[in-house]
Each structure stands twice: as C-alpha cells, then as structure tokens.
Write a protein of this length. Structure first.
Length: 256
C-alpha cells in the first residue's frame, strides 16, 4: 500500500503545532520538519510527536521545501505549513490513498478554505482557492522565487475531495510583521522582471486591491474580517509598489 510523508518547514510555530499534529494523527506515516531557527517549543513538540526534525539555515522557501522533501522516505509527499490543516473529508481521502492501490496520478491539487482572524472567508475572492501540495516522491520539485514559491510536478494531476483549512493570520500584528517581509521580497522580484512604479501607480494598485476584494468580489459579506482582509491586502499592495519605486530610485532602509 502507498505510504505518505508530510513535509513541513517551520520557525517558531509552537502556537500552531498542537492543532496541526492532531489533524495529521492517523494520516501520515512520517512527518519531516526542516526548522530554520525556532526559539519556542516547536522542536520539542515535533520531536515528541515522533517527527524527523532537521535544523537548516533559511536560504529561501523553495530551498527549505526541497530539503524537506529530500528527507521524506514515503511514496507520497504532502507539503503543508503549520497553519494548514486537513479537514475530516480530506483526512479520509488521504487515508483512502494510503489504503488503496497505487494511483496513476503524479500529484494532486488540494482545495483550500481561508480563515482570517478566526473567520472562514467565503467571499472576497478567497473561495475556490486550490494549490498543488501532494505529489509522488521524485515527481515534484519546488521552483524558487522571492515570494510564493511554486511546486512543479511531472505527470498527470488529480484533485482530492475535502479542504485544507488555512488559518492564515490571528492578529493584525502578525499580518504586519509578515507583510514587511513579503512586500520587500515581492518588490525585488518585480524589479528583477523590469517592472516600474511611481506614486500614482502605487496608489492605483492599492485602491483597486481594496475595491476588487471588498466590493466586486463581495468581501463585505464576511463582516469586519472581510473588511480587514480587503484593507490589509490594499496596504500590502501599496507597500509592495512603493518599495519597488524606492528600489528604482536607489533608496534603501536606513541601517540596512
């Protein structure tokens, strides 16, 4: 019967790991974690659960994910972050994969449900999200980019029923800390592609991000959390394009 490894990259995920490990109980034959310098209880929680834990300096998301995949020994590899948990229907589908004959597909897309500040976002463009996260060992590799690395799989793809519940952000402070990192990475990526930005285009992209999320795609139906998601997406977009403008003008953060 096929076996399944779950590959995790992490740093200071102790708050998410208990629920994550509970959701994977009875699903994974092996858990592999590549840690990039946790200072909380992440390593202790993973080791207590029997995970293979390897410490590795962070060299990029794709590098970390590929390193984790190379340590996996099962037939199939499921790539999940610590804030991503399979729901009961997806758990059953993964268990069926392990119990049944070897499938002909080389990889599977998974449906996602986005939870923002504890609320499931059903509008604003978040419904219908899916990502390629499950692949046969040796058939997939992560492609490196500054932000939003991509998994490429050689062979036919399928899609499993159920959802990955993505509990993305719990507080505004957490969002702002990640936004600082992601917006800088995205700006560098756009600069490398020859993109340009000025003050008007930065404002225009940010305004459109809010209008699209909140009004056109009905984000207002998700209440205050829907408003926050649209407003913070707009702030991220403004920051990203402003940083691109700064790169083009040769400006750098002081002290860096």
């Amino acid at each position: 019967m096929p076996t399944l490894s779950v590959a995790l990259i992490c740093r200071n995920e102790a708050a998410n790991l208990p629920a994550w490990l509970a959701a994977l109980d009875g699903v994974a034959d092996q858990i592999v974690a590549v840690d990039s310098g946790s200072t909380d209880d992440s390593l202790a929680l993973l080791e207590a659960a029997g995970a293979l834990v390897v410490r590795r300096d962070f060299t990029g998301y794709a590098d970390q994910r590929n390193a984790a995949a190379q340590l996996c020994t099962s037939d199939w590899i499921l790539c999940l972050d610590a804030d991503e948990r399979p729901d009961p229907q997806l758990r059953a589908a993964l268990q069926a994969l392990r119990a049944g004959p070897e499938p002909c597909q080389a990889g599977y897309e998974l449906n996602y449900q986005v939870f923002f500040f504890g609320r499931h976002l059903r509008h604003g463009g978040y419904a219908g999200e899916r990502h390629l996260r499950l692949h046969r060992r040796g058939a997939g590799a992560w492609i490196r980019r500054e932000v939003h690395e991509r998994l490429e799989v050689q062979g036919d793809l399928g899609r499993l029923p159920g959802f990955v519940e993505h509990h993305s952000y719990q507080t505004v402070g957490e969002y702002l800390r990640r936004m600082d990192v992601y917006s800088a990475q995205a700006a560098r990526q756009m600069a490398e592609r020859g993109r340009q930005a000025d003050g008007f285009s930065a404002w225009g992209h940010a305004a459109w991000a809010f209008f699209s999320r909140y009004l056109l795609r009905l984000g207002f139906l998700d209440g205050f959390e829907g408003y926050l998601a649209a407003r913070l997406e707009s702030l991220y977009t403004l920051t990203k394009y402003t940083r691109l403008r700064e790169l083009r003008r040769g400006l750098k953060d002081r002290g860096k």
